[in-house]
Ligand binder design. Structure first.
Ligand code: SF4
Length: 325
C-alpha cells in the first residue's frame, strides 16, 4: 500500500535510472513520435553489450535500467533476435548490480514470462481512448486499445509488477480520460499488479521545448485528481518532472502525484525537455515541505511478488539506495 511506501505523507519518490535503447526502429508509426527510426531494408543494428556497458558505467548511481525499445512486429523474421537482445541486456543489467525494467511493446505470454525472470517490473502505456488517440495511432497496430488491455491483463495473470499510463492532452475528452482510468481500476481490482500509472502530458515534437500552458496544466491537475479518486489507493501516480513546470510541481503533488518516475541524465523520448537535477528537485520540494526519496523500479509493496532471486536482489539494492539517501 502507498502508506507503507510513504510513511511520511509529504514524500515523493523517484528512481535513479539509465536508459538503454535496444533499437529505435519500430513497426508502428505513431503521429507524434520523435523517437522512432523507420524500418530499414538493412539488417537491424541492435545495441551491443559493449555499448550497453559503457552507458551503465556512465551512470554508476542508477539502480534502474530502463530497456526502452522500438517495437518489432509479432511474426517478424527478426522478432527472435530482438527478443534475445532484450534478455541479454536484462541479464547484463543484473550482472552490473542494477534492476532492469523493460518497456518494449506488447509481448506474448512466453516472452513476458521469460523476461519476468530477470525484470522485477515491466511497463506498457495504455495511452488513451477516443477518436483523437485512434487517429494518432492509425499506423500503430500495437496501440489498439484491445491489444494494450490484453497485455495489461496478461501481466496481471503472470503476477508481474507493472507500470502503465495515459498520454494526456492529445485531443481526448475528460470523459474519455475517465473511462481509461476506470479500465485501469478494473484491471487493478482484479489483479493488483499496477504499481504505478504515469500521467504524461502530451507535448509536440518541436525542436525546442514548448512548456505547458495554464489550460494544459488545468487539464492535467483535473486528471491527476480524477486518477486519485478512481484508482485504488495503492497505485502510485507518476508525473514526468521534465514535462511539467518546476514552479508548479507542488500543485501536482497536492492533486495526487506521489512519484516522479525514472530520472536519467536526459529523456530519449522528449530530448528537448531536459530532466531536472535531483538536487534541484530536492531543493524546490523541501521549500514546500516535501521530501524526495529514491526507490527501485519495483515499488516496495510489490517486492514480495518477485521470484526469490530477484526479490533478494531488490531487497539488497533497496537498502543500499536508502542508506545512500
Ligand atoms: S510505438 Fe513507441 S517508438 Fe513506435 S512509433 Fe509509437 S511511440 Fe514511437
Amino acid at each position: 500500500m502507498s502508506s507503507a511506501d510513504h510513511p511520511d505523507q509529504r514524500c515523493v519518490t523517484w528512481s535513479p535510472s539509465v536508459t538503454l535503447v535496444p533499437t529505435r526502429q519500430c513497426f508502428n508509426a505513431c503521429d507524434y513520435c520523435g523517437f522512432r527510426l523507420p524500418l530499414a531494408a538493412a539488417p537491424r543494428d541492435w545495441l551491443s553489450d559493449g555499448q550497453a556497458q559503457l552507458l551503465l558505467q556512465g551512470r554508476p548511481g542508477a539502480s534502474e535500467v530502463l530497456l526502452l525499445s522500438g517495437e518489432v512486429a509479432p511474426g517478424s523474421s527478426v522478432r527472435g533476435s530482438w527478443f534475445a537482445r532484450l534478455l541479454v541486456l536484462s541479464r547484463l543489467a543484473l550482472q552490473a548490480g542494477r534492476l532492469p525494467h523493460t518497456n518494449a511493446g506488447p509481448l506474448n505470454r512466453h516472452e513476458m514470462a521469460a523476461l519476468a525472470r530477470f525484470n522485477p517490473s515491466m511497463g506498457l502505456m495504455l495511452e488513451g481512448l477516443g477518436p483523437a488517440h485512434d487517429a494518432a495511432h492509425r499506423h500503430a497496430p500495437s496501440k489498439a486499445l484491445a491489444v494494450r488491455l490484453a497485455q495489461l491483463e496478461l501481466a496481471g495473470r503472470l503476477g508481474i509488477p507493472f507500470t502503465t499510463g495515459l498520454l494526456v492532452g492529445l485531443g481526448e475528452s475528460r470523459q474519455q480520460r475517465r473511462e481509461a482510468l476506470e479500465l485501469l481500476a478494473l484491471l487493478q481490482r482484479q489483479w493488483g499488479h499496477l504499481q504505478e500509472v504515469i500521467l504524461q502530458p502530451w507535448r509536440p515534437t518541436a525542436a525546442a521545448a514548448v512548456p505547458l500552458g495554464p489550460a494544459e496544466r488545468a487539464v492535467m491537475l483535473e486528471t491527476i485528481a480524477e486518477a486519485r479518486a478512481i484508482l485504488p489507493p495503492e497505485v502510485h501516480l507518476q508525473l514526468p518532472p521534465n514535462l511539467w513546470p518546476l514552479e508548479h510541481l507542488c500543485q501536482a503533488l497536492e492533486a495526487g502525484i506521489d512519484d516522479l518516475g525514472g530520472i536519467d541524465s536526459g529523456d530519449v523520448i522528449n530530448p528537448q525537455h531536459p530532466q531536472p537535477q535531483p538536487a534541484r528537485l530536492r531543493q524546490v520540494l523541501a521549500a514546500a515541505g516535501w521530501t524526495l526519496q529514491p526507490r527501485l523500479c519495483v515499488h516496495a509493496a510489490w517486492i514480495s511478488w518477485l521470484p526469490a532471486r530477484l526479490r533478494h536482489r531488490a531487497e539488497r539494492l533497496g537498502r543500499q539506495l536508502l542508506s545512500a539517501g
